[in-house]
Each structure stands twice: as structure tokens, then as C-alpha cells.
Design a protein around this ligand. Structure first.
Ligand SMILES: C[S@@+](CC[C@H](N)C(=O)[O-])C[C@H]1O[C@@H](n2cnc3c(N)ncnc32)[C@H](O)[C@@H]1O
Length: 249
């Protein structure tokens, strides 16, 4: 795995990869090294220890988000990690902060994760289905949100409610990700063990239904009124346990 795409840093960093990892984690290096050396997301995922790597999500994220790397961005990740333990979690928040040098990262968790706060990382406590806190997070930045990741409760009804609240508030051209959609097949999370058609009230059923909306102009349904999602979704990607929805720009 190449640690960096920058040819000047490539030889040096690859040669000293293992020795560099603990150094890179140091605050001073994190300020400039990832962006100057263009450390790729897989390397940052390893350094920060996020399980997004083991899940196979990192190449997906990188393929869609690398073009935004040097932009000024605001993002929200729902689910900070570590559950009840106030000292555990935050791996992905720190990875995003290192990957996007100009991002402000918001993290939301049902448990108190205030200890994870640092520059460019803001911590919120509340439920992902609480419309009031979701609106407060969006309103906290005058620039709105460009990227939203739902890695929270993974309950099917929560995934759908959160999407319906937040997608309309996502900036135009923004990305919305839903992780761990295997719970669509887990009854204890409100899922169903068989194949899903697009009428199921599971995350997979719900997002499959939105796919028809991409072609809403072709529907031969008399007096069909396009929904907000028909009009504002530009593309939807499905991978193993990960969905990405792109908002029209
Ligand atoms: C899988 S972990 C998140 C991992 C983290 N996103 C990462 O990649 O490092 C899920 C987190 O979601 C939180 N959570 C569970 N239910 C929630 C809810 N209703 N609203 C917000 N967060 C919730 C849990 O406390 C837990 O910390």
C-alpha cells in the first residue's frame, strides 16, 4: 500500500513507514504532514485505528471524496464510537480531520464524548433521531454541512428518520453515507432476513426505492408529483454494507 501519493514524500515515507506511524500521530505532525505529503486515507485509517478499514469502506470513501480534499468543508459523523466509555472512540473523527486539512468535523453520540473535543472537532451529545439537535448542528455553521456519515445506532427506523431530517439540510453537491447496512437483514435492528424489495421499511428497502426517483421523469404515472428526493438526488451507490447518496449540485 502506498503511504502517500506525493512523489517527493513517497520514497522517504515508504522507507520509514513503520517508524513514522507513531510520529505522525503526534499533534505537531498532524498539523501539516497528512496534507503536505498527501497521506492517503488508508494510511490515516491505520494510523488512527478506525474500523472503517477492516469493513472495506476506506477505498469507497477515498474514491468519492479525494477531489474535495483541499476544500473548506463541514462534516458530521453520527456515532463517535466507544459506546458508554467516555474515553473510547473518536478514531474516525481524527482521521477525517487529518485527511481534510480545512474541515470542521462534528461528531454526535448518544453518550457523553466531550473528552474527544479538539481543534476542528466539535462534539455533540444526543440521539440521531432528535430533530432539534440535528438542526442545531446544521445551524451551528453558516456554511452548512457538505458530508454526513450515519454510523450511529444502525437501527433501520433510525437510519431512515435521520436521512429524512438531514438530507434536505445537506449542502447542494454534498454526500450522505450510511454505514453497516447489514442490519437491514438483522431482525433485532428492525431488519428482515430475506431479500428486500423496495417496499420494505428497512434501510435497504428504503434506499432501493429512491433509485426509481433518479428516473422519475420517465415514470408513466398520471399526475406524478416528484418528491424532494426524486428532484435532489443525483446518484446513489450501493456497496457491501455501505450506501452513498450524492445530492444534486
Ligand atoms: C459503530 S460506533 C461508531 C464508530 C465511529 N463512527 C468510528 O468510525 O470510529 C456507534 C456509535 O453510535 C452511538 N450511538 C448509538 N445509538 C445512537 C443514537 N441513537 N444516536 C447517536 N449515536 C448513537 C454509540 O454510542 C456508538 O458510540
Amino acid at each position: 500500500m502506498a503511504i502517500t501519493d506525493n512523489p517527493i514524500c513517497k520514497g522517504l515515507v515508504n522507507k520509514h513507514k513503520n517508524r513514522l506511524k507513531p510520529i505522525i500521530r503526534h499533534k505537531l505532525f498532524l498539523k501539516w504532514l497528512p496534507s503536505i505529503c498527501n497521506l492517503n486515507l488508508s494510511v490515516l485509517a491505520t494510523i488512527f485505528g478506525t474500523d472503517k478499514l477492516a469493513h472495506g469502506y476506506i477505498p469507497r470513501y477515498e474514491s468519492l471524496l479525494s477531489g474535495l480534499r483541499n476544500r473548506k468543508l463541514n462534516m458530521l459523523e453520527i456515532g463517535i464510537g466507544g459506546y458508554k466509555d467516555p474515553h473510547q472512540g473518536g478514531e474516525s473523527l481524527r482521521m477525517w480531520k487529518a485527511y481534510f486539512p480545512r474541515v470542521n468535523v462534528h461528531g454526535l453520540d448518544i453518550y457523553d464524548k466531550s473528552g474527544m473535543k479538539e481543534s476542528r472537532i466539535r462534539i455533540w451529545q444526543g440521539s440521531q433521531i432528535d430533530e432539534e439537535i440535528l438542526n442545531r448542528i446544521v445551524n451551528s455553521s453558516s456554511a452548512g454541512l457538505d458530508i454526513i456519515i450515519d454510523d450511529g445506532s444502525h437501527r433501520n427506523e433510525h437510519i431512515i428518520s435521520t436521512f429524512e431530517i438531514l438530507f434536505p439540510r445537506l449542502n447542494k453537491g454534498g454526500w450522505y453515507f450510511v454505514e453497516d447496512t447489514q442490519t437491514s437483514y438483522w431482525p433485532e435492528y428492525g431488519g428482515k432476513t430475506e431479500k428486500h424489495d423496495n417496499t420494505e421499511s428497512t434501510a435497504m428497502g428504503y434506499f432501493k426505492n429512491l433509485v426509481d426517483g433518479l428516473n422519475h421523469e420517465e415514470l408513466k404515472i398520471p399526475d406524478y408529483q416528484p418528491t424532494y428526493f426524486d428532484i435532489n438526488i443525483d446518484s446513489i451507490f450501493f456497496w457491501h454494507n455501505l450506501i452513498a447518496i450524492h445530492k444534486s449540485g
